[in-house]
Each structure stands twice: as structure tokens, then as C-alpha cells.
Design a protein around this ligand. Sequence first.
Ligand SMILES: CC(C)(COP(=O)(O)OP(=O)(O)OC[C@H]1O[C@@H](n2cnc3c(N)ncnc32)[C@H](O)[C@@H]1OP(=O)(O)O)[C@@H](O)C(=O)NCCC(=O)NCCS
Length: 244
Amino acid sequence: MPGPSPDELAAEGAAALADLFPPFVRVALVPVADRRCPWPEEEAAVARAVPSRRREFLSGRAAAHAALAAIGRDQGPVEVGPRRQPRWPAGVVGSIAHAGAWAGAVVAGSEHARGLGLDIEVLDPPLPDDVERAVAGPLVAEPTGHPLDAYATKVAFSVREAVFKCLFPFTEWLLEPTDVAVELDLREGRYRAVVSDRFRRAESVLPAIQEATIAGRFAVIAGHLLTGAWVQAGGASAGGPVPT
Ligand SMILES: CC(C)(COP(=O)(O)OP(=O)(O)OC[C@H]1O[C@@H](n2cnc3c(N)ncnc32)[C@H](O)[C@@H]1OP(=O)(O)O)[C@@H](O)C(=O)NCCC(=O)NCCS
């Protein structure tokens, strides 16, 4: 019997992705594939790119448009900002990621969220030692006997990428690995990310982030690690309830 199709697997991934975020966040996950794009501005952004880059960019945009349609805000191209960040319609926050077979996007109205971050990594192999040393920052991950124990550094890396994308609109800073201390619950798929003092003191950083903790979730599905980060609008806490 044939296995699930790429679209069926992506639908499974999308359901897992939705579970990482609160209900006001809309998500989309699509297979990375050759795609035609209705927006010349998006085509132009990858006009000179190699085919693999074109596929991942346009698949990420396809996911972005699907997620925007789900909140009734799919009105035009999602252009590329000066630091490579997606330019969302006014009143919308969001994030795009792609890796392996999948491209995904998450969006929300800014009345609900101040920032969103999504990261996707192919789970295998664990980070090689030299990469691990280069990206290592503060990390607490108690061994739990869970198969993910061997991937703690990769999960922490993914958390930092999601947190980076979530916080980038506030400071436009590149984070150093040491800017985000990560505490993982590998069994429950939960993390706490605590930003460094230099980051907290930045005037542009929200009071919610000055509180210093983003609590979020990650999941592994079909060999892909999906990690989400968000900062809620108006609330004192970033990323929802701190996991216990
Ligand atoms: C920007 C960055 C997060 C992209 O990661 P990546 O592994 O190349 O690819 P991902 O699939 O995870 O994400 C790519 C998407 O992120 C989005 N992105 C890129 N720059 C961004 C930014 N400054 N802010 C928010 N989103 C951004 C884009 O949509 C991009 O896809 P696109 O170019 O096709 O539109 C990463 O390259 C980077 O520079 N990180 C900064 C370093 C850092 O602070 N890391 C955390 C601490 S170690």
C-alpha cells in the first residue's frame, strides 16, 4: 500500500503546528515544491535564485498566503524586508520557515499577538560537535529517557531561531546564542527561553519581554522539528503560561 502523499503528511504537520500556538494564530504547512506565484513582487525576489532556493521561498510564500487567507487578510504580495524579514500586511504579525520537505507560516492579527516566531528543522542528524560548539548557549535539559534527549542542542537551536524571529521586529538585533538561555522539557515538548540583560534593557523591547521569559512549545512530526514562539498582545506574559 502506498504511504501518505506529501500533501497528506503536510496536513498532519499542520495539525501539529496549530497545537503549538494559541487559537488566535493561524498556521499553514505545505510541501516544498515547484510553484507558480501570482505576485510579480515575490517572483522578482527569487528571479536570480537557484531552483532549490526558489522552491523554498515560493513554498514559504504559499504557506504565508494560506495562513493570511485564514484570517481574511490575504490581500497582496508578502514582500521581503531589508533584513530578509517578511513584510506582513499592516495589523498582522507572522513568521515563515522552511526545511526538508516542508515550508510553513504562522500569522495573527496584531490585536492578538505582538510577535510570532516559527522554526522548522530536519531532526536528523543531531548537530555535529563543531556546529554544536558554535551555536551553544545556556541550556538546561534534564535527561528524561525520551528519544529527543540526544537532540537537546538542536532543539535549543530551533528555540533560539523561533525566538529570534519573534523578537526581531522589536529590536532588529541579531541575537547571539548567549542572548537566550533555554530550558527544555523534552518529554512534554515545552521550553522556556530567558533573554539576556542586554536584550531586556533595550528601550524598544516590550514590558512583556522585559519580564524575560518566552514559554513555548515544539513537536517532532515526520522527521521535522517544529518550534513556535509568540508574544501575546496587551498581556504581561510572553508566550502564554510558563510550563511547570
Ligand atoms: C534569519 C534566520 C533565522 C533564518 O534561518 P534559516 O535557517 O535560514 O531558515 P528558516 O527556514 O528557519 O527561516 C527562513 C525565513 O525566516 C524569515 N526571516 C529571515 N530573516 C528574518 C528576520 N530578520 N526576522 C524575521 N524573519 C526572518 C524569512 O521569511 C525566511 O524565509 P524566506 O527568506 O524564504 O522568506 C537565520 O538565518 C539567522 O540569521 N538567524 C540569526 C541569528 C540568530 O539570532 N540566531 C539565534 C541565536 S543562535
